[in-house]
Design a protein. Sequence first.
Length: 746
Amino acid sequence: MKLNGYVDRFLYTGENNHYGVINLVTEDYEDGEIICTGTIYGVNPGDRLSVEGDLYNHPTRGTQFRINSFQVVMPDDEDGIITYLSSGAIKGVGEALATRIVAIFGTDTLNVIEKTPQKLVQVKGISERKAMDIASQVVDKKDIRQAVMYLGEHGISYNLGLKIYDRYGPAIYEVLSKNPYKLVEDVSGVGFKTADDIASKMGVPFNSDERINAGLIYVLEEAAQKGNTYMRKADMVKSAKSILKVEEEQILHQLDTLLVDRKLISKKNDDEEQIFLSYMYREELNCAAMLYDLDRTYSGREYDQKAMDAIIADIKKQVEINKDSLDDVQFSAVLGSYLNGVYVLTGGPGTGKTTTIRAMINYYYNKNYDVVLAAPTGRAAKRMEETTGFNAFTIHRLLGVRTAENSDKPQFMHSEDMPLECDVLIVDETSMVDIHLFYHLLKALRPGTKLILSGDSNQLPSVGPGNVLRDIIDSGVFKVTELTTIYRQEANSRIVTYAHDVNNGIKPQFANDTDDFFMLKRDTKESLYTDMVRLVRDKLPKRFETDMYNIQVLTPSRKTQYGVDALNPILQNNINPPSPAKKELEKDDVIFREGDKVMQIKNNYDITWIQEGYNGITVNTGNGVYNGDLGIIKRINPDKSINVLFEDKKEVVYTYDILNELELAYAITIHKSQGSEYAAVVIPIVEGPEVLFTRSLLYTGITRAAKCVIIMGSLDKVYSMIDNNQKEVRDTALRQRIIERANIEG
């Protein structure tokens, strides 16, 4: 549908004026005017627009028009030109000055401004400098609109078009004509398929070198999205051939070119050839070197029996002073962490990892070591604080992350040039750490720093590429202690015993004669929904004397009728129903309501947060909210911004433009729950693909609960998950790089 009219007024403008809500006066709509929403960069009150889009019915505001694309129609009459120039579109030009300009140049005003701006000095109040400034603003706005509309003709969304223009400016036409695939390298958000569509429309041959190069890199990046750091050459060529539809000979030729240019790296391992993105290879290679160097500082030391006895006696003394109760294996772990530069502590729930880590911390503090604790997520760091009694940081916050200029990629304040000031770094939930973050963490450690890695190697691997904890353990190069004894107080917990049963492939009977684990068989979707609401809203918060936000629904999937997308609206409407006292805001068919539980779903390194004291005075400020952080919508503001209060009491204001970084979090995936702990978890298990419904997924979900687990659905499906011991196999090479480094050093 197409409408023509002029902008009467703005009802809302978002960050950078990209998103807006306008009142469009138009003869093409029966009411004579309509509210329009969408991305309308560079538009001002008074502008004449030609907009294309669709009518839709807003649940509370009636019929509105969603803008998919638009064009600014430059005015061709004197009144229209005066309105445009004085609308605020051109800084420094008000109505009086606009009137004087048009009085001299009439309907040719805009042409004069664009082509012969020096003539503007004829107007009283305009200097040569101001004339050039007015011309520059008019031309810039025209150039941006033309460029973005040009990109739109090639399938680029308006928002992405603005991002591309910000990167290249007027050079965008030259870039696209020479090599559209350069967008993939330079602009975050432009993938191979988007660039390929543009190239096709521009007549770029399907077998061009540029296309094949970009396709090969795309195949590797897709593999990285699945957690892999390399691909076998044969698999890579097969995938590239399927996507590019070109001859294998051409693919192999361009692969050789990329290898010569060092954009890709090839390594032989036994009889297979592995192909890496160059940065991914360097990260694994450098991680191996840094780990080995950290460990060698300590593990190369030799102690005679007298010295060793003295060390053991000193640790025993500190353990007794701090009243830490350790068995022989736990004590050997504390000793091992002292004797080695890199040390790994692993074990399942209830095996005493927390007790052992606390003993390590106490020992090092009493020896005047500077100890720092870190974890991958905010919830994991908070949990680490609660269980140890010492402050803990997220790894991102510890490293001082921020967004690099002209890039969405993070930069870190702490690196080899500005290392962290600590003697011992203890990282919990290490299975969640991907190779990128681990690389930057190691870069920030001074030589001689002790690194202690803790985690459960049976948990799901990181969301990002790599399998850091497993590769380090499997290398056999570093000292590892696995705790296996379930302690007496934990042995009475069905959560702990059933978790270990599941991990060992044993099918529990799930007898509901316990206080902390229940299997509720539900045969229909309606009964499961009804009982889930009753549990999460009413029974569990009352039973465990906590609020409903510490009760978490964990689901294996997003898309099934028991997944995140289906459950969240149901839980929202029953746990936090509509009310005249609660403001609402809709974005992309999601209704956000005051009081809603929400989750940040991507890292935002620059967004500002504040922490307030009891008296309402700001006591701390900073930047950064990270993927997986949970919060509550505290307030929805008249300008369509949302205040979210996160669990660590950090309050963040989200403008409407970035609300797609939030989603409802009454139900989240088990993957997203890693590193977190909740008073109680409810896990619906009914249907889903075998490749997803695995033993490790079920094990991870169960171990997220502190006091109660309730599984709802099909016992047969639960048992089939326990039988399905498919591990998430990843092609990673950190293990091999560590072994190579150790062999080189001898």
